[in-house]
Design a protein around this ligand. Structure first.
Ligand SMILES: C[S@@+](CC[C@H](N)C(=O)[O-])C[C@H]1O[C@@H](n2cnc3c(N)ncnc32)[C@H](O)[C@@H]1O
Length: 336
């Protein structure tokens, strides 16, 4: 049996692995981009075919430790770049037959269990939440950013109903001392008007902060645009999302490129020639009962994919207009 490279501190289950493999069909050979390499769960499966190459990207430098083992085991067939996937057009890909690009968004269980990264509300000490290649941390956001900005972050990225009260208490508290992770959790718990017994009180604010610190909306939008450009004819773009905001953005972008609808009120409907992508399944694919039994963490995963019908580089999309308000919120971080 072939030895596996994916070694984990925590058992690792690549989400929707079987489904992804059946969509990208690596058995037919080609080059694939694993935009969120992580521990290499998808890459390992793709490289089983000796005719395949994989380019792995990850913003977290910790991924390069596993990536080095892949580079040794698969010389000339695997390369890794510690790069944000929004910059995927900076790679020299002109001569590559890119047959599939995968995004498995968010963070891994290993990252959340690494308390130094401060992604979990169980972390002790300073707030952080940087996945890698960031300009600022959650510590800067909570201790320096203005109240209006914080409120928008919690409301739009976390759908937190008590944003106003939480921010009021953050502003009060930070006049006295620097707010760290346990302290922020306390402030949120004390500010919530209703207790939610299904999830931790701090879940929404922590999600919002993680999105903001890692500019996840901007990353996703630029990542998708650059991915559809570099794909070759018949290539597939596959995206796995984990929360409704990400899924809404992916769904909008995919529909926009693959349907007859007008891209905005000011643009006429597209004609058949302008539709350069196929979306075979309108509904997202979700984990099977078996997968949920093995890996409950996958419960919110949604997979969508589109196929490129012909080679071209320029695309016509109004995604920036549609989600401008979210990109503008992420730009609040430029002043930190
Ligand atoms: C859910 S994990 C991927 C797990 C992977 N599919 C596997 O099987 O090991 C998501 C990974 O994407 C990385 N990531 C998140 N946003 C990124 C971005 N904008 N650019 C590059 N990597 C990113 C994270 O650091 C994390 O390692």
């Amino acid at each position: 049996m072939e030895a596996t490279i994916v070694q984990e501190k925590v058992k690792h289950y690549p989400v929707l692995l079987k489904e992804i493999i059946s969509i990208i069909t690596p058995q037919y050979g080609g080059t694939f981009i694993d935009c969120t390499f992580g521990q290499g769960g998808y890459t390992q499966e793709i490289l089983k075919n000796r005719n395949n190459k994989v380019i792995g990207l990850d913003r977290d430098e910790d991924s390069s430790i596993i990536a080095q083992k892949f580079e040794k085991k698969f010389p000339n067939r695997f390369i890794f770049k510690n790069l944000n996937f929004s910059k995927l057009n900076n790679l020299e890909l002109r001569d590559e037959n890119i047959r599939g690009i995968i995004f498995d968004l968010g963070y891994s269980l290993n990252q959340i269990k690494d308390l130094k990264k401060g992604l979990s509300f169980n972390s002790n000490g300073d707030l952080d939440m940087r996945m890698g290649l960031n300009k600022f941390s959650a510590n800067d956001v909570i201790n320096k950013l203005g109240g209006k900005e914080l409120e928008k972050i919690f409301k739009f990225f976390g759908e937190e109903k008590d944003s106003k009260l939480i921010v009021k208490n953050i502003l009060k508290e930070r006049l006295i001392r620097k707010i760290d992770t346990p302290h922020l959790v306390k402030i949120i718990e004390n500010s919530k008007r209703k207790r939610n017994f299904k999830s931790h009180s701090a879940t929404k604010v922590f999600q919002a902060l993680r999105i903001f610190v890692n500019k996840e909306i901007t990353e996703l939008i630029y990542g998708m645009i650059n991915a559809v450009k570099v794909l070759k004819k018949d290539g597939v773009l596959v995206i796995v999302t984990f929360h409704s905001l990400e899924d809404k953005i992916v769904k909008y972008f995919f529909r926009n490129l693959s349907e007859h609808k007008s891209i905005s009120r000011y643009h006429p409907k597209k004609n058949q020639d302008e539709i350069k992508f196929k979306m075979i399944k309108k509904k997202p694919i979700t984990p099977s009962i078996n997968e949920l039994n093995e890996n409950y963490q996958s419960r919110s995963a949604k997979l969508r994919y589109i196929t490129k019908k012909e080679n071209f580089y320029k695309i016509n999309t109004d995604i920036f207009d549609k989600f401008r308000h979210l990109i503008e919120i992420e730009n609040f971080g430029e002043h930190l």
